[in-house]
Design a protein around this ligand. Structure first.
Ligand code: SF4
Ligand SMILES: [Zn+2]
Ligand SMILES: [Zn+2]
Length: 356
């Protein structure tokens, strides 16, 4: 197997592109795919202050690395969810990456700063863990990005994530979600601009990118992910992709090119005067935290209240990851790059659920 660029020995095949690459040219391929997405959707400008939502997994560390290599000024934001060993371990990967590159990692910890964790808080609030997690992430990512005056919030959603979400939305014809499923959400009062630069790279690509560059990442799945419906959608799409490489990419890119604007226009037409594709309701402000909200208390403050926590981050202040005293030693593992698609490969739904 030879690299299609230099004819040296290839280390990876990218079947949807009908190409094999050596290590160097695969890294360049990933950089080009990200740059193309950024250009095509006007995601970032070279002077933007960027905040990357970092989970310690392959996607978020890969996008942070790619942005940094491309010359963007990007800080990281890690949200501690209080999920057993999963959180204790994932933060170590995020810190280790930041420290090795002298990058700034902002940390917010739900148990410490807000008095609840996802497993017990979700139970107390009678919410599914992923639902409580999504509400927490959306609110805190927005808050930190706005308070830190960042121009853009970046997430590591990849092609598999976006195709799975699209598949789910199409299966149920959730037209409102289809109208909003864009790789860029523009800033509006109370919300930062949000972008997904990895939409042209698969999960396998980001895993391979990390392994080839020696980036250690959290491989284990969140224990709350069992039964997540997006995992089933990914498996279904992987089966199709195996038989017909490129289908997943065609499905998602075709939606963006040919259909998303139709859903968007139809949604705008149906929206009340002044509505946007991101919300048709008139937003007011939460009386407790001032975030945009459709009711007196925003969804996050309602969750915190029911989960038995308290909104206290303002008093305690956000931490940067200079202090690693709490970091526990962990076993760093690397997962070999699997086949192009696999129905059994561990998938990381963290960022799928946290649809921004
Ligand atoms: S699976 Fe993802 S969204 Fe669900 S609780 Fe875990 S990290 Fe949060
Ligand atoms: Zn090559
Ligand atoms: Zn609030």
């Amino acid at each position: 197997m030879k690299c299609v660029v230099c004819r040296e020995s290839a280390v990876i095949d990218v079947r949807r592109a009908n190409s094999n690459f050596c290590s160097d040219h695969f890294v360049r391929f990933c950089q080009e795919q990200m740059s193309r997405a950024i250009r095509e959707f006007d995601m970032l400008s070279s002077t933007d202050r960027v905040l990357v939502a970092v989970s310690g997994g392959k996607d978020s560390l890969a996008v942070w690395d790619l942005l940094q290599r491309s010359g963007y000024q990007a800080d990281g934001l890690y949200l501690g969810l209080g999920i057993e060993d999963y959180s204790d371990t994932s933060v170590v990967f995020a810190r280790s990456f930041a420290q090795s590159r002298n990058l700034n990692l902002i940390e917010v910890d739900l148990p410490t700063d807000y008095g609840y964790d996802i497993p017990s808080g979700a139970r107390a609030a009678r919410r599914a863990p992923c639902s409580a997690c999504g509400t927490s992430k959306r609110h805190l990512f927005d808050k930190v990005a706005l308070e830190g005056s960042y121009d853009v919030l970046v997430t590591g959603h990849n092609l598999d994530d976006e195709a799975a979400v699209l598949f789910g939305n199409v299966l149920r014809w959730q037209t409102e979600y289809l109208a909003r499923q864009m790789p860029v959400l523009q800033a509006r009062p109370g919300f930062p601009k949000k972008v997904k630069p990895l939409i042209r790279l698969s999960e396998r690509d980001t895993a391979a990118y990390c392994i080839l560059l020696g980036i250690d990442y959290m491989v284990d799945e969140c224990p709350m992910s069992a039964g997540n419906k997006h995992l089933g959608y990914k498996e279904a799409l992987n089966s199709i992709e195996l038989a017909s490489p490129g289908t997943k990419s065609d499905f998602y890119s075709g939606f963006l090119r040919k259909a998303s604007e139709l859903f968007r226009s139809a949604y705008l037409e149906a929206a009340p005067q002044g509505g946007t594709t991101e919300s048709v309701e008139d937003l007011t402000h939460c009386v407790r935290c001032s975030a945009p909200s459709t009711s007196t208390l925003c969804a996050f403050c309602r969750l915190v209240e029911k989960a038995g926590g308290s909104v206290g981050a303002e008093q305690r202040g956000l931490r940067s990851a200079g202090d690693t005293s709490a970091a526990q030693p962990v076993r760093i593992t690397k997962r070999a790059v699997g086949p192009e698609v696999s129905t059994t490969a561990p998938l990381r739904p963290t960022e799928v659920e946290a649809e921004l």
